[in-house]
Design a protein around this ligand. Structure first.
Ligand code: HEM
Length: 474
């Protein structure tokens, strides 16, 4: 087999050390000095001239990956004008990459190009010892008492929001869910209620999110999505920094208040800059992902009205108008439904990493400095792990069947290993509360002509037609 030349060992130690200490200067120097390795020895085609595989990436990455997997196996190279690298497919690959036991992969070098100047110093782009320290601090903000406080804030907001639906008329579900979660997010994350302030912050936030998907990144062109995003970052950063002093002196239930009371290992409050960077990223990590998951769930429920009725009965059996932390555990079938929607339509279809050293996978040598991707998509449809994988079947997540537990890395909508989603529980809580109020009040139907879920996956899984569904008051 034709393998690439090996990379200097001392350089690898140096970069691992710089990442562990989050030494940005040294990491940047490494990025500048690095040459991309050849990939001619790896399986896969090169796609179209110039654009490579850009078209399938933007239109139907699932179909493309499936075809490549059947043709080339579990190692598949890819190329787009801005990024090239390799997909590794299946639970074994997910384990190797996400568990990252041998410190083979970096998150910073994979994610920073997306987040630069938009979500600086976030926990997802930290590596090794530095990541462990930051994650340990942040974890305190996801404890039960914090989530209970979030539920108290979230429940009335989501209840009020769903009651504003226009009964009996088709609604663009994507817009509706996006707006509702933004408004709820302003209060639950930032602690902001007043309408003009909510509007300003939501606009700034939307600009930042749009900028993450801008491939050109022209900071100096003020009207480019990227420049608007950088400006949006400044607007929200200024807002957060101006409120920290007050927040540290009060005991709010919003995420901002919780972050202001986080302490490091020495017992000191984390710095204002850390509060700002973490809060901004949590807003981002929570919003579009949950919007995506709820759209997929609503499409699935509109297509399976009998199951929808079973969920409604589960909710009505609670005999309550609002929910608490303990109630949510009893909404078992609702939980399976959310999990099944994320199996079929994972919000994030590519989880990127950057190889720091050469490594072997299924008989292939992947060189250091390769962008390595794992994807929940194919693992979520492998017949070795799932019964009738193309069928919507929430009961596969019931304790009796536990189909998701054959392999620890077969089901990865929330990632896995040390960077596994910190908001996993939060998102399930939010999803259940939203569905509780929605299904108690409305029947959800779709036009019978709509035969399948039309979506694309870049940057996240969203319906391409805005998902027109009809919500009819009961
Ligand atoms: C359905 C909703 C969600 C999905 C599908 C999702 C998915 C993911 C995935 C796949 C990762 C791992 C990325 C990687 O390894 O590169 C991740 C990480 C993360 N998520 Fe989520 N997420 C969701 C909701 C949330 C919410 C609601 C929050 C916060 C309230 C959140 C906070 C985070 C954070 C902080 C990380 C980084 C953890 C670390 O690096 O240690 N997520 N999420």
């Amino acid at each position: 087999m034709n393998t690439p030349a090996s990379i200097d060992g001392s350089k690898q130690c140096e970069i691992t050390d710089s990442l562990s200490r989050y030494d940005i200067k040294k990491i940047r120097k490494f990025q500048k000095d690095t040459k991309r390795p050849p990939d001619t020895h790896l399986p896969g085609d090169t796609g179209w001239p110039i654009v490579g595989h850009l078209h399938p990436f933007l239109t139907n990455i699932h179909e493309w990956l499936d075809k490549q997997y059947k043709t080339y196996g579990s190692v598949i190279k890819f190329r787009t004008p801005l990024l090239k690298g390799v997909y590794l497919i299946g639970p074994e690959a997910n384990k190797l990459v996400l568990q990252n036991q041998d410190k083979l992969f970096s998150n910073y070098l994979a994610w920073e190009p997306t987040f630069e100047s938009l979500f600086n110093n976030n926990v997802l782009q930290r590596d090794f010892k530095d990541h462990k320290t930051q994650r340990k601090i942040l974890q305190q903000a996801f404890k039960r008492n914090a989530i209970e406080g979030h539920i108290e804030l979230m429940d009335p907001l989501l209840n009020k929001g769903v009651l504003q639906l226009n009964s009996g008329y088709p609604t663009q579900t994507l817009d509706f869910v996006k707006r509702l979660l933004l408004t709820a997010g302003a209060e639950v994350f930032l602690g902001v209620k007043s309408a003009p302030e909510v509007d300003t912050l939501n606009k700034a936030f939307t600009d930042i999110v749009n900028a993450t998907a801008d491939p050109l990144r022209l900071k100096s062109l003020w009207f480019s999505p990227y420049a608007k995003g950088v400006k949006g970052n400044k607007v929200i950063s200024r807002f957060i920094l101006s409120k920290i002093k007050d927040k540290r002196c009060s005991e709010g239930k919003d995420m901002f208040s919780h972050l202001c009371h986080l302490r490091d290992d020495n017992g000191d409050f984390i710095s204002d800059e850390q509060v700002k960077d973490h809060l901004l990223f949590l807003l981002f990590a929570a919003h579009d992902t949950t919007t995506s998951a709820l759209n997929s769930t609503l499409y699935a429920l509109a297509s399976n009205t009998q199951w929808q009725q079973e969920l409604r009965e589960e909710m009505l059996s609670l005999n309550k108008d609002s929910v608490t932390f303990d109630d949510l555990d009893t909404l078992e079938k609702t939980g399976w439904t959310f999990s099944e929607a994320l199996r079929m339509y994972p919000a994030l279809v590519t989880i990127p990493r950057y190889a720091l050293r050469d490594f072997e996978f299924n008989g292939h040598t992947i060189p250091a400095h390769t962008n390595v991707m794992v994807s929940p998509l194919l693992s979520h449809y492998m017949p070795e792990y799932w019964t009738n994988p193309t069928t919507f079947d929430p009961r596969r997540f019931s304790p009796e069947r536990s189909e998701d537990k054959k392999d620890f890395f077969q089901y990865i909508p929330f990632g896995g290993g040390s960077h596994k989603c910190l908001g996993l529980h939060f998102s399930q809580v939010q999803g259940k509360i939203f569905l509780f109020h929605l299904l108690k009040n409305y029947k959800v139907t779709k036009d019978p002509k709509m035969r399948s879920y039309k979506y694309n996956n870049v940057p996240l899984t969203f319906p391409t037609d805005g998902l027109p569904l009809t919500f009819t008051q009961i």
